[in-house]
Structure formats: C-alpha cells, structure tokens
Design a protein around this ligand. Structure first.
Ligand SMILES: [Zn+2]
Ligand SMILES: [Zn+2]
Length: 476
C-alpha cells in the first residue's frame, strides 16, 4: 500500500516458552513460609481459629515426635532419611561458620556427637531433597562458562528445569521437616549456580527480566542451553531508490531456498536489495550476529521512495556476540555501503518495547504524487477539483491489489491538506497530507470506484499514477 498500516504482516515477537521455567515463575513457592511468621496472626480476632499449633505449616500439622528444624530432632530426622550436606544446611534453619555443603557437614558432625547411633544408620544413596543435584553445580557452571566465553554480556537470567515430581517431593519434606522459611530447591539451586558463575565471571549481574543471556539448565539431562538475546536499534531510514522492498523478500519461484534457483540467480531473493539488509547486514557484521528482524513504522510500496526525515524503524539483531558498537560510526558505514539507495539517521539503542510502540503508532503522513490524465480538462478545473479534496473524508474499499492479503472492508480516511498542485502537459503532481492508512494511489486513480471521492472520479477521466513519494511521517 502507499499508505501505511502498522498492523502489516510482521508478527509481534513472542516470549519464548521456556521462560516459564525461569526462577521468576516460581516466586510464589518461595513465599510458602512467609505467612507463618507474620505477627498479625496474634490478632485476637483470629483466636477462635487457633487449633493448638504454634504455627501454620500449610497443609501438614506439626508432629512433635519429629519436630521440624532447627530442632535437633528435626536435623537428625533429615540425616536419617539421607539428606545431602548441601540440603541439610539449606533447610536446617541454622547459621554455621561455612555455607553450603561445608555448613551441612558441620551440622552433621554435631548431630553425630549428640547421637552416636545416627552415624551408623544406613544412608540412602540419593538425597531425597535434590537427588544429588548440588553435586553437579561445578560441572554445570563449567559448561555455562564454556558456552558463554566468547559472548559479550552484562546480565544473565537463569532458568532451571527440575522434574515436577522431585519439586513436589522436596516441597513435601521441606515443609514438614525443614525450618520455617527454608528456601525451595529451585531457588537454592539457581543461587548456587549464580555463586559459581560469580566466582569466575567479572561484572555479571543476574536478573529476572530482559537479560543479555538466558541460560536454561535441564536438571534431568544436565543440558545447558544459552540463548543470546537480541539487541535493538532505533533509527529512521530514507529510501531514495524505487524498487527496494522494506523487508527481505524471498524468491517466489524457490520460496527463498538458501541456495536459490535459476530465476533468482542463486540468491533466494525476489529483490536483491531490501531496506532490511542494506541496514541490517553491516550491523550483523559489526555485532557478530546471525540475522535481523526489521520493524518499520508502517511500510511504503516497493516503488515508493521515502524522503524527509525518513521512516522510524527498529532493527533487531539476533544472537549478537557483541552487544555494543559506535552508532555514529554505523550510520557512516551503512550510508556508504548502501550507496545512495538508503540512508539512515538518528540511531539509538532501545529495547523490545520500542518494537510494539513503532508497530502501534499511527501518524499522519505527507506524500507527493504524480500522475497522467487521460483527457485533461482546463487547468483551472483541474486545480479547483483537486483543491476541493482538502479536508474531505474518503471512503476506501480495500484495494484490489492488496485484497489477496487483506480483509475486504470499507474504511474512512481524512485528507488533512492538499497543496503544490503542478500541471505539466497532461501530467499533474500535488502534495497531500492525510491520515495513517490512506491509500494514496487509489485517491488518484479511484481503483475502479472503490475510493470515493477520487481525482479520477471528480475529473471524470482515467488517471494513471507515475510515481509516489512519502515526504514526511509526522511521528516521533
Ligand atoms: Zn540434597
Ligand atoms: Zn529462487
């Protein structure tokens, strides 16, 4: 279309499904014990509900023959059922000189001193709270370090996938025998991975949203997946050449096969150049990325130039091994390599939110259009007729040329202003400012009466569009 439709066929990026495994999604589990130490529980109004327990343990009630940690009997119970040193420490509710497994070892020795029989009792091989997951911490940290060594990053989000039955069993044992407020397996394990990474990586921060790297750990297979999150650059482009699509356009014959076909000369592309690649390829090179997505604030037709300050866009660079480069330098590099076909300006780093904003913004635009009149009336009639379209609201039925990909509907679009009407023989040119989504070519040639009113309709003769330029996008 020569107007713009922000809802064009590009699709909003979706959150990856596996973020569901991330620590944030389990935050509520961390709070299981918080209520039980809330002072407001002593409020008199709640006294009639007091059922004899000192504190609420959720679903289970307290067994005073086997009290929860930090009671010594509770610790002994955990040792008896085969809890590893790491888990012993984390659910004991005790402070020890050392943390982690070393702290657990101290507690275990203390318990053995209290009860010699305990040391001789048979201990199951697998810790019922973690199935010895904490033994793998170092191994996993090493794998992460290997996979991220060559990648530039400041922030990391860790997602841990633990089998559901283990989570449930751990929760059951911990809530019954662990100390109130003990941290659940998932967040404890995530923390131990983070501590491990902190000791070998400089300046890394762990976050719960918008990380540079998302790392997913599958605790069953110990598989580590590192997802390098994209970077986003905002800018404006001017398209100075007719015949360039905004986004990469796969070859119609081979549907963009990577080795192409005869008709596309092996490129896989219907058009060799696109605004996306003219801007994107230098960025992929500079940031060592894999590919790009291009999000424009609407788009112009292939044969339409885009002038003025240019069209706002967000370029998404996927899997960048480097996350920063000098943007002023990039403007020069892109403008030189695009060789007058495309020019960019006003670059700045942005985030994914900017993509939605760009897609949702609907702004007025100014165009210049030139067309041929089949049987031109007197010049003053032409000028008066076109001037009369000033301020008019058009009724536009979805144009035939786009009807294969758009719903057939009638839309109303307002003409804000018309000026600079120029007549040269049977060719006419004028500038028009109009609402977002106006089909401007149709305003002139009427699309067989689908656009009312139109220049062709008013002049009662055929009008053939020669060219169209976007002069300004009145946004940002
Ligand atoms: Zn354990
Ligand atoms: Zn092809």
């Amino acid at each position: 279309m020569d107007g713009d439709d922000p809802k064009d066929d590009s699709v909003e990026p979706k959150e990856e499904d596996w973020t569901l495994y991330s620590t944030a999604a389990y935050a509520s589990v961390d709070d299981v014990w918080d209520d039980s130490i809330d002072d407001s529980k002593n409020d008199e109004s709640e006294e009639e509900w007091f059922d004899g327990d000192d504190f609420d343990t959720g679903s289970s009630s307290v067994d005073w023959d086997s009290p929860p940690c930090p009671a010594p009997l509770g610790i002994s119970h955990l040792i008896r059922i085969g809890v590893c040193n790491h888990c012993l420490h984390r659910v004991s509710g005790r402070r020890t000189e050392k943390d982690g497994a070393e702290g657990g070892s101290i507690l275990r020795d203390e318990a053995f001193n209290r009860d010699a029989e305990l040391s001789s009792s048979e201990i199951p091989e697998l810790c019922p709270l973690c199935e010895n997951l904490f033994d793998d911490t170092e191994n996993i940290v090493e794998r992460i370090a290997e996979q991220t060594g060559q990648v530039d990053h400041g922030t990391i989000q860790i997602g841990v996938h633990i089998p559901k039955d283990l989570i449930q069993e751990e929760d059951r044992i911990r809530t019954r025998h662990g100390a109130p407020g003990s941290r659940p397996l998932k967040s404890s394990f995530t923390e131990s991975i983070q501590l491990g990474l902190n000791s070998i990586m400089e300046d890394v921060r762990f976050v719960r949203e918008r990380p540079d790297l998302m790392i997913l750990i599958d605790c069953l297979t110990l598989r580590v997946d590192v997802d390098i999150r994209p970077v986003f650059v905002y800018g404006r482009y001017r398209k100075l050449d007719r015949g360039i699509p905004q986004t990469r356009w796969p070859c119609r014959a081979c549907r963009g096969r990577s080795d192409g076909c005869e008709s596309c000369e092996g490129t896989g592309l219907q058009y060799v150049d696109s605004v996306q690649d003219l801007i994107g390829i230098p960025f992929v090179t500079a940031l060592s990325g894999d590919d790009t997505s291009f999000h424009g604030m609407g788009r112009e037709d292939i044969d339409v130039r885009c002038l003025g300050r240019g069209r706002p866009f967000v370029l998404e660079i996927k899997h960048p091994r480097n996350r920063r480069t000098d943007l002023d330098e990039m403007i020069k590099i892109v403008n030189e390599s695009a060789n007058g076909k495309v020019e960019i300006n006003e670059l700045s780093w942005c985030n994914k939110k900017e993509v939605s904003r760009i897609k949702e913004t609907r702004s007025e635009k100014s165009y210049t259009i030139r067309f041929k009149i089949d049987q031109p009336p007197e010049n003053n009639v032409i000028i008066e007729s076109i001037s009369n379209l000033n301020g008019v609201t058009l009724e536009q039925q979805t144009p035939k040329r786009v009807s294969h990909r758009r719903a057939d509907k009638n839309r109303k679009r307002r003409i804000t202003s018309i000026e600079n009407i120029l007549i040269e023989g049977n060719e006419v040119q004028f500038s028009v400012r109009c609402e977002a989504g106006t089909y401007v070519k149709e305003l002139v040639h009427s699309d067989e009466g689908r656009t009312v009113p139109s220049v062709a309709g008013i002049l009662e003769t055929d009008c053939e569009v020669i060219w169209l330029d976007v002069e300004e996008i009145h946004a940002d």
